[in-house]
Design a protein around this ligand. Structure first.
Ligand code: AHM
Ligand code: MG
Length: 477
């Protein structure tokens, strides 16, 4: 029975201490349903060996498991009619059906249904990778498959982890490998430069016959494959964020369909945005520009079901979600906002409460459901904050606005921020005779990976925060 319940939770740890002999953590393997000792924080000194602890936990689980039905369906082992009534499956619309209907209704995104379905499949795979991160040893720096050396530091200045590389590959292939070839190029947090889908899928970009399949795609996609990945080590939630833009007209493209300019658009030009949250439940929240819809992964059928149609954030909420440990380094308006909130004990007239998971997707989802404000302000070390405009702040801002909330930099709407433009329109021809100085990497770093102070949440709460900026802020911002 215990295993049955545990199957419903993405990552399960049993932490045990025996006879003051140390602390052991066991993770339930999602594949074999057996427990493995993952962390042994102290060497055991007593008479009970580590192996015997594992055996006794294992046999305890096996004993309970063998007394009940091992099926994942909780109804199979339930005898009470009350609990059967409570746990009966709801009749919910699948994501597939939702996408078929919605994309058919909206001509602007008609070809995106199979792309978004493939992306939802990637989220399911990432969900499983996150569950297996510890039992399957997915930790550690990634190895470059070509050189066999440790992976380089990525564009964010961090050593890429195996997990980051795996999830990045899944998202690249989801956007570029969908059957309708709607996407022609992609930009990821994990990649220094945007890539054409022809390149991602390994097609010869000099051969127009094969690369044409991809260059005809009308959209480009931006994403952060695994946001908040530091949380995985402590079994806390993480997420995936993505946005889709229509390729602008009148832009000169390279043979393979790539151009930096098609990514450097205002958030207002996005046609779809979404996130997947890997937590107590696995959730996909999506906007196609007409409202926000939430889907929960049915763990038995591995199908996303529409559990949250037409999500609306309350106009005012009482949650605030900031990393307050940095507050002495925040700018004056944010410090004053937080001070006022704590002194009065209220925000928007309600008793205030704080939550901070340290994963944008989890914190913003909490604010979306309950109302309030999420903030990652500028601080002394990060004059533009930490979050990246293109694949973190802007998609989240679109979702917030579509749910009736707001997204602000403190000085204006996030969706109105134009990423820094390349100083040359010859976006991929660095070193060309007529533009010697063009440095693609530098331009991409400035534009694709630009950061922006980010405040997301209920309109009343974000408005209040903006008022503090107006009153105490720097006029030049
Ligand atoms: P990442 O993209 O490297 O994972 O960083 C982004 C994450 C966000 O999910 C989260 O809101 C923030 O970093 C937390 O940062 P901090 O630990 O500074 O509060
Ligand atoms: Mg991130």
């Amino acid at each position: 029975m215990m295993k049955n319940i545990l199957q419903l939770i993405p990552v399960l740890f049993i932490v045990a201490t025996i006879d003051k002999g140390g602390v052991y953590a066991f993770q339930l393997s999602p594949i074999t349903s057996s427990t493995r000792c993952r962390h042994q924080h102290h060497q055991h000194q007593g008479s009970i060996s580590r192996a015997s602890i594992i055996t006794s936990l294992q046999s305890s689980l096996d004993y309970h498991g063998s007394n009940t039905n091992d099926s994942l369906d909780p109804l199979a082992s339930s005898s009470s009619s009350q609990s059967e009534a409570n746990m009966k499956k709801k009749d919910l619309r699948t994501l597939q059906r939702f996408l078929e209907v919605e994309c058919w209704k909206l001509p602007t995104i008609r070809t995106l249904d199979s792309t978004l379905l493939t992306v939802s499949d990637a989220c399911k795979q990432i969900n499983r990778i996150v569950q297996r991160a510890q039992t399957d040893d997915l930790y550690g720096a990634a190895i470059d498959p070509v050189t066999g050396q440790l992976a380089e530091v990525n564009v964010q200045g961090e050593v890429q982890q195996q997990l980051d590389v795996l999830c990045n590959t899944l998202m690249l292939r989801a956007f570029c490998g969908a059957s309708n070839n709607a996407i022609c190029a992609v930009a990821s947090e994990e990649e220094p430069l945007p890539r054409s889908c022809a390149d991602v899928m390994g097609y010869d970009t000099t051969n127009s016959a094969t690369s044409n399949i991809f260059t005809s795609g009308e959209y480009v996609a931006v994403f952060d494959p695994i946001d908040g990945s530091k949380n995985i080590d402590s079994s806390l939630p993480v997420g995936t964020v993505f946005g889709i833009y229509r390729r602008p007209e009148g832009v000169e493209f390279e043979k393979d369909g790539l151009n930096l300019d098609s990514f450097l658009q205002r958030g207002t030009e996005m046609v779809a945005a979404g996130y997947c949250l890997y937590s107590a439940t696995t959730v996909l929240v999506l906007t196609l520009g007409s409202g926000v819809h939430g889907f929960t992964l049915d763990p038995d059928k591995q199908t996303f079901l529409q559990t949250h149609p037409n999500m609306r954030i309350p106009d005012v909420g009482s949650l605030y979600s900031f990393n307050e440990a940095y507050s002495r380094d925040y700018n004056e308006p944010v410090q004053k906002f937080l001070k006022n909130m704590k002194e009065t004990g209220k925000m928007g007239g309600k008793k205030v409460s704080s939550r901070y998971v340290g994963a944008l997707v989890a914190d913003v989802h909490n604010v979306l459901i309950n109302g309030g404000i999420y903030g990652y302000p500028a601080d002394r070390d990060n004059p533009q904050g930490k979050l990246r405009l293109l694949y973190e702040s802007a998609p989240m801002a679109m979702i917030m606005e579509q749910a009736g909330g707001a997204g602000s930099t403190g000085y204006g709407r996030i969706l109105d921020v134009l990423p820094p433009q390349p100083h040359s329109k010859k976006s991929r021809k660095g070193g060309d005779n007529d533009d010697e100085e063009f440095d693609l990497e530098k331009e991409a770093e400035k534009g694709i990976h630009v950061r922006v102070p980010t405040f997301l949440g209920s309109v009343e709460n974000v408005f209040e925060l903006d008022q503090f900026h107006k009153y105490y802020g720097d006029d030049d911002e």
